[in-house]
Design a protein around this ligand. Structure first.
Ligand SMILES: [Zn+2]
Length: 226
């Protein structure tokens, strides 16, 4: 439930030490505003989106959206640091961006990036697919794109591992425990000039092209213009 940002905890601890206070006011966690992201594939092509949903597709924050771009190639929507999350069934990709934001790419096949790699916006991550490295399910090649916020520089090693290293974590845990702690809604976010709004039901919503207010109902197809 609590989105504790450990850099704040570290800072407040330092303040406590410095001024000798026994208690400090509650510091509200601060994450940078949602950054300007591209869509996670090349512009100028049609894409099918199965809509906005929670990570597990049934309950919790709707922090995910499925994309199937025509060229089947998934790209970084913003520069960042790749973390490959390893499971018995293979790997999946997360990218940590400046400001405490993390994006995720599940079901990809033919992964082209390595653990710790710094990528620029537009870097090829892999191909849409049906991979289930840590479990879950998929019907039809796509990428399950997910949003989380994580502390930039966790002060406590244990917390850092908890926050950033999901190796071996079943997708069932990522989509529940992790999503509850760190998941951020896709609703209201803009990617590549398209603003996404979640619907009442799972796998629904809209994509609105901000420049002309053209609305695509999801699930549905639209053209990535930027
Ligand atoms: Zn999905």
């Amino acid at each position: 439930m609590t989105k504790l940002h450990v850099r704040w905890a570290g800072l407040t601890a330092a303040i406590v030490a410095a001024v000798g206070l026994l208690a400090v006011p509650n510091a509200t966690a601060e994450v940078a505003p949602f950054p300007e992201l591209a869509l996670p594939f090349k512009a100028g092509q049609r894409v099918y989106s199965a809509g906005i949903h929670s990570d597990d597709g049934s309950t919790g924050v709707k922090n995910a959206i499925d994309f199937s771009p025509a060229d089947g190639t998934v790209r970084a929507p913003l520069a960042g640091t790749v973390h490959l999350q390893h499971c018995a069934g293979g790997d999946w990709v997360t990218i940590d961006h400046a400001g405490g934001w993390r994006t995720g790419y599940y079901h990809m096949e033919d992964i082209k990036v390595t653990d710790g790699e710094q990528v620029e916006a537009g870097a090829v991550l892999g191909s849409t697919g049906n991979a289930l490295p840590c479990g879950g399910s998929s019907t039809g090649a796509h990428v399950h794109f997910t949003l989380w916020t994580l502390p930039d520089a966790p002060a406590e090693p244990a917390r850092a591992a908890d926050a950033g290293n999901w190796d071996g974590l079943a997708f069932g845990a990522v989509s529940t425990t992790v999503a509850q702690a760190y998941g951020e809604p896709v609703d209201g976010k803009t990617l590549g000039g398209w603003r996404f709004a979640a619907g009442a039901d799972q796998y629904t919503g809209t994509a609105t092209y901000v420049a002309d207010d053209a609305v695509t109902q999801l699930p549905g197809r639209f053209r990535a213009k930027l």
